[in-house]
Design a protein around this ligand. Structure first.
Ligand SMILES: N[C@@H](CCC(=O)N[C@@H](CS)C(=O)NCC(=O)O)C(=O)O
Length: 222
């Protein structure tokens, strides 16, 4: 039996979505974020990094959502439902699977951190300085970086229905978390093609079942 160690409002939503698309039976062990938004200590007993998702299958335990999605595709998707076939689409598939955590998520995480420097748990006496510093880094660097990423995704989805071409794939599943976080946090203009992609995702019965299982994906920080 496949077991997902699932933290609420987290990247492990992607693993639930993949499992639902593949119509695989699975078991969920649930964890709730602490008020600090960190994972509870219990997750460290499952994997030394203490992050979610973690997948257990056939006596193996491993972390990192991209690795988990690739594993599920390679070992539990015999009909290749979630991997495109043509060489060009496979290159796109590989690119977006890596881009999500390698390039886009670090910018979104930095935005969250620098946007929080004027708020608790930063000590009250440092919040004014923290806020000025955070806003400065966002203005000088992060907002421009995120605008470049947003325009890049928007341009790609103007030409493609799904991230790896005309077929839904693990690339969309991996991209769902950062792309939806970027849309939720706003500030990048209208992005009609990215929004249309999000709508296509949300209309999928497997996505809806995954949300029922894992809870809503309401991103902190707006
Ligand atoms: N690159 C990893 C990131 C894992 C990760 O940071 N997960 C977050 C949830 S979105 C987490 O567990 N945060 C809680 C914590 O850091 O304590 C992946 O894609 O699986």
């Amino acid at each position: 039996m496949l077991t997902v160690h699932h933290l609420n409002l987290s990247r492990s939503q992607r693993v639930l979505w993949a499992l639902e698309e593949l119509e695989l039976p699975y078991h969920i062990v649930r964890y709730q974020r602490e008020p600090t938004m960190l994972a509870p200590e219990a997750l460290k007993k499952v994997h030394p990094l203490g992050k979610s998702p973690v997948l257990e299958d056939d006596g193996m335990i491993f972390a990192e959502s991209g690795a988990i999605l690739e594993y599920l595709q390679e070992s539990h998707d015999p009909e290749q439902r979630l991997k495109p076939q043509s060489p060009q689409e496979r290159l796109q598939y590989r690119f977006w699977l890596h881009y999500a955590e390698g390039s886009l998520m670090p910018m979104l995480l930095m935005k969250l951190v620098f946007g929080s420097l004027g708020k608790p748990p930063v000590p009250i006496g440092l919040r004014t300085v923290g806020k000025i510093l955070g806003q400065g880094v966002q203005k000088a660097y992060l907002n421009k970086q995120l605008a470049t990423h947003a325009a890049f995704m928007e341009g790609h989805l103007a030409q493609n229905t799904w991230f790896a071409g005309e077929q839904l794939s693990m690339a969309d599943i991996q991209m769902s978390y950062p792309a939806m976080a970027l849309l939720a946090r706003g500030g990048q203009g209208d992005l009609p093609h990215l929004r249309a992609w999000k709508k296509r995702v949300e209309e999928r019965p497997a996505w809806q079942r995954a949300i029922q299982q894992g809870g809503p994906l309401d991103f902190p920080g707006g």
